[in-house]
Design a protein around this ligand. Structure first.
Ligand code: PHE
Length: 336
């Protein structure tokens, strides 16, 4: 019996030392059907006087095996931890990978500049719908049905009376209907015209409208505001020039040019040798338009102007094809 127990001890200790799986060995030796358990079950055949000695020996072996198994399990846990730490090691001293930072689209940049400039002069921002009534886009602006000036703004009709607005001027009417003078607003937004896309046209583009109405507003105020705007947008040296023009909703009307900020007026590629670049339309709000909106033209006067954001962006950034602004090619966009 003694020899049997000693041989179990020896074998168990050797196996535990080699083992990767202490749990399996626990079952093999100490489990219900384990080798040591089997020996202890056979105690009945041991003469009574030897039983205490054999019993003590068996207990001693059990304790030794248990201790060895526990040590082995601990060792295994430590090894696994060390492994995990090594595998998941994080070197915080390795330089990071910079992530690409986006930027605003050149049109959004330009619109934000326009907003800043006019808000800085005391204007607030008004908005209007892109799907508009014929009344606001044309009729109230002194462009009755069949007026020839509608042709230049050929637009997309949804019904006979509803269309995609061809200009931001309807926001003038909407503003004057709900706000009484003094009025000082700009309204940036998207407009639509049935023009095929080419280097200078797009069926969808953006405008900013400006409107000031109060007592005693004159063309001199219009000129002053636009001059300040031109200097802020294109540089301190910029001059402006008014050329007579016609818009049905302003009287008198003008087209406004800025002196070329590249050549200073001498003539270059940007201004096509002209020295001037056309940037907007403007004029004194027509008395009919004021009356249409319930504002007495005998008491109040005002001016309005409207410009294309694409044109301003292209002029300022030296972009020669409008289509580039809509293609979303990052190689292009990253330059601005
Ligand atoms: N709405 C005009 C256009 O699109 C521009 C404009 C606005 C002219 C306001 C005068 C006053 O051509």
């Amino acid at each position: 019996m003694k020899e049997l127990l000693e041989s179990i001890r020896k074998k168990a200790m050797e196996e535990i030392a080699q083992s990767e799986d202490p749990e399996a060995l626990r079952i093999r030796y100490l489990g219900k059907k384990g080798e040591l358990t089997a020996v202890l079950r056979g105690m009945g055949s041991v003469p009574p006087e030897e039983r205490p000695v054999i019993g003590a020996l068996a207990n001693d072996i059990r304790e030794q095996i248990e201790a060895a198994l526990a040590a082995k399990a601990e060792e295994k846990k430590e090894k696994e931890l060390a492994h995990k730490l090594e595998a998941e090691a994080l070197d915080v001293t390795i330089p990071g990978t910079a992530c690409a930072v986006g930027r605003r689209h050149p049109l959004a940049q330009t619109e934000n500049m326009l907003r800043d400039i006019f808000i800085g002069m005391g204007f607030s921002v008004a908005e209007g719908p892109e799907v508009e009534y014929d009344y606001y886009n044309f009729e109230a602006l002194n462009l009755p049905k069949n007026h020839p000036a509608r042709d230049t703004q050929d637009t997309f009709y949804i019904t006979d009376n509803i269309l995609l607005r061809s200009q931001t001027s309807p926001v003038q009417v909407r503003t004057m209907e709900v706000q009484k003078p003094p009025i000082r607003v700009i309204s940036p937004g998207r407009v639509y015209r049935a023009d095929p896309a080419d280097a200078t046209h797009s069926p969808i583009f953006h405008q900013v409208e400006g409107l000031v109405v109060d007592k005693g507003i004159t063309m001199g105020d219009l000129k002053g505001i636009l001059e300040l705007f031109a200097k802020r947008m294109f540089g301190k040296e910029t001059k402006i020039r008014f050329r007579p023009h016609h818009f049905p909703f302003t009287e008198p009307s003008a087209e406004v040019d800025v002196s070329c900020f590249v050549c200073g007026g001498k003539g270059c590629r940007l201004c096509k040798g002209e020295g001037w670049i056309e940037i907007l339309g403007a004029g004194m709000v027509h008395p009919f338009v004021l009356s249409n909106c319930g504002i007495d033209p005998e008491v109040y006067s005002g001016f309005a102007f409207g410009m294309g954001i694409e044109r301003i962006a292209m002029t300022r950034l030296g972009i020669d094809d409008m289509r580039l602004l809509y293609e979303n090619d990052v190689r292009f966009l990253h330059q601005f």
